[in-house]
Ligand binder design. Sequence first.
Ligand code: SF4
Ligand code: SF3
Length: 509
Amino acid sequence: MFCYQCEETMNGSGCTNAGMCGKKGAVADAQDRLIYLCKQIAKKGSNTEEESVFIMRSMFSTITNVNFDLEYFNNRITEGKKFIEITDEDIYSNAGVQKEENVDLKSLKETIIYGLKGLCAYLDHAYVLGYKDDEIFSFVRKLLITTTEQKSAEELTAMVLKVGEFGVKTMALLDKANTETYGNPEPTKVNIGVRNNPGILISGHDLKDMHELLEQTKGTGVDIYTHGEMLPANSYPAFKKYDNLVGNYGGSWWKQKEEFERFNGVILMTTNCLVPPKDSYKDRVYTTGLVGFEGLKHIPDRDENKQKDFSALIEHAKSCNPPEQLEEGNIMGGFAHNSVLSVADKVVEAVKSGTIKKFIVMAGCDGRHKEREYYTQFAEALPKDTIILTAGCAKYRYNKLPLGDIGGIPRVLDAGQCNDSYSLIVIAQKLAEAFELDDINKLPVSYNIAWYEQKAVLVLLALLSLGVKNIHLGPKLPAFVSPEVLKVLVDKFGIKGITNVETDMEALV
Ligand code: SF4
Ligand code: SF3
């Protein structure tokens, strides 16, 4: 195997025997074969929606911490082979990141692939809610084909930015899908304590699963808690009305080993990020959608016009003990574009009067490495006249700190899931309009972004495609960015890694 798609890749260069994430070599190889097959379907297929959905879901399933199950990937490859004429020999001999020998072309092609993986995840979330865009489907095919062709580094660099441009479109589509279906998120105090009933903990990004689970647990005596990236669900009007939605339990994805253990109840993983479960709680974890892990129970997809059937999981939950309390209190959420822009006048006034000096976008992912304590320290060290704009699970590094507010505006404005970084873009664009600026780089906004997996790659490319400059990216720069490609990113966009809190504070604030 060879995989270097995430931030935790071995020695900052590539996982070769097994993934640091727990992915086995055979699974990584099968994922490579699936990606190769998708490229060939894009090239030789008949351009049907069925093929596009196959490609989209295949790409999504190979994102870090989504699916660890070899059988799943083997079945998927068998399924995909029906679309085109292709031999196993072809697939086996041509699949894999290392087939491109030129290090810079490989870097650019893989940047395109990882960005597309993130894009496909968001596209799938929208698709599940009945929203689609044929132009985006065609774009994904076109770019997959590009990675199989002889292209220059300049041509590929242009394509990388195109991925970002379509990333913005896809996040906009998903924003429309989420808000038209479940309402605009509202500023919400989310309880982080527990109640005394058995519970189900739901994690991942899939809001439709969230809705159906709430509906099916209504009146059953089973409480629902969110974990990780499902936290923002607490701020949607459609979900707030369920009185068995208690709040959020615990922190971000990498804390699950300890937190799932202590939750006592049933856990539902709807998308990334699953960590290989411990035997002590394994029988309480269910997967659904594209998530898979050998030995875990899987809730099958919904039949047309029907809900997914969560009854087995609900029955299981009833026999569990209530969760152990980890903490108490509240955290604030729900500051997506609609709620922030509804107080835009107040925000603009605060900036003009100097009460707010700067916004720092600290969106992205969290991860398990100690070096990420930097983000907590950075948030703590920020001057009191600054506001953090966040989205994605990166927020767990500082969303429970007592950072206070500025004239009623909380100093951490959480727009939601990583895809809701789109909200941050909308907010920045509207502020630029309000200040009559022709360039969003002239706004008092700095970017200190943390990444882990490929959705964050897409978010980064989206920001670059909008011309955002001087982004600090950490905790490590991607291993798949070659020195030459990094040079382009530095020269063109001023991208930097992180150093230490003091130096970066000086540069960013
Ligand atoms: Fe390694 Fe990350 Fe790939 Fe897992 S996803 S195998 S940790 S690079
Ligand atoms: Fe988090 Fe996996 Fe990236 Fe959605 S859930 S942001 S890491």
